[in-house]
Write a new protein. Sequence first.
Length: 259
Amino acid sequence: MFFFPPKLPVTDEQRLWVDNGFSRLEKLVGRRRMLEAKVIEPTAEDFPDAYSKTPESLELLFARVCGYMRVDRSTLKLEIFPDETEELRDLLPSWSAGAQGPAGVYLHAHLREHVDERTVVAIRGSMMKDPLSLVATVAHELGHVILLGGNLMNPDTEDHEPLTDLLTVFLGLGIFTANSAARFQQFQSERKIGWSTQRLGYLPQPVFGYALARLATERSEHKPDWTRHLSPNVKADFKNSKRWLDENPQFVAMAKPIG
């Protein structure tokens, strides 16, 4: 039987960016946060509140993710903004999901007209139809709250959006952001049926797979049970990356005790 060495699903440039990103996040929010973070799963245990696609359900979910990411809910104002592309899907013969605009918006308090108002996190209304992507969107926007709102990062930093995606992995919300990185959706109406590709976030799916493997390696998790929730493609990228990291420990520069 032949055994082939594992092949990384990412380029050397992408691998080095993730490795460097983990080091940067360790300095910004602390290595202990990463080691102690609970990897949140799409289960009734982690999300026990009934979800009914209503603003009330969104509030419960939002507060729970705030708790998981150690963000003070009382400092934030949650808003919902309309999704104009929902009407376009019904009116146009063809529709492109890539034109749907942002899934969420972060606006720091000091950027608003009234400086005494709270920081705003706004979620696109149609996101409420998909709890998985909704959690991913909330996690990303709360990442902005942590990095930008906490004055840990300059908003002009060139890669602050991808690093915010990486922060969701670093703090235990990576299952949601990775699975939402590229998803296929079917739609049907009286006039047409078809499919569209929906992408959330700024990191490609293989990079999420490597980042999750990096997280597991840093936490000395050989075969973490939470990988059962990863989509097939993300799980394949995770497994290949984990095997590669296990066979190349010299590239895991952060693997050291908490100090």
